[in-house]
Design a protein around this ligand. Sequence first.
Ligand code: PGA
Length: 240
Amino acid sequence: MKRPKVIAGNWKMYKTVAEAADFVKKLAPLVAASQPEVLLAVPYTAIRSARDAAQGSKVQIGAQNMNDAREGAFTGEISASMLLDAGAQFVVLGHSERRHIFGESNQFINRKVKRALKEGLRVILCVGESSQEREADQTEEVLRKQLEESLSGIEEKQRLIVAYEPVWAIGTGRSASAEIAQQTHFFLRSLLGEEVWMLYGGSVKPDNVAEFLSQPDIDGVLVGGASLDPESFAKIVQQG
Ligand code: PGA
């Protein structure tokens, strides 16, 4: 099955309200004629300004996390309906920085995925093994568990995107080889089926993106560092 590519950026904790609007205004004309879908996961505070700046363009704006509860006494948390209200069209869930720095479990992520889909957001669910797990030959076992537990009880696949991001490749400049990425995506495809979009993430740059996008089971990429500059992100989108 041939799917339109998805190129997603994840800004992490970078960019103010004004910087976000400025970025989107610069990016939009650079990607207007490109094939792929273009998604940008921005800080909560910049969702509204980024969405306003993206009006009339193909750039979709989303968030990088949310809480699973509908509302309640959860100081400092943000709900799915608040994200929608601010203009978000999708949310990234289970990013390895959330799992490792903030201790998020598959069970918590599962509740978030359910909530996000129920409220009408698209979801980019991230999974990935650590370097120790890969060296110990546990990659498939770890990914299977992450997927089974994070997606437990979820039938909806239309609005689900899964991003495979090996932990050892995130922010390290050491991307997986296209061959390893394809092998792992092939395994994930066997668990997820044909209708789920699957992105590779981890040190994707303008000069290595083409090799990932040419693999049969890679439907796009999730880009951290190289999504912070509009020209570099546009160069990635233009190869999709
Ligand atoms: P990176 O980050 O592109 O900077 O490696 C990827 C990610 O964290 O999604």
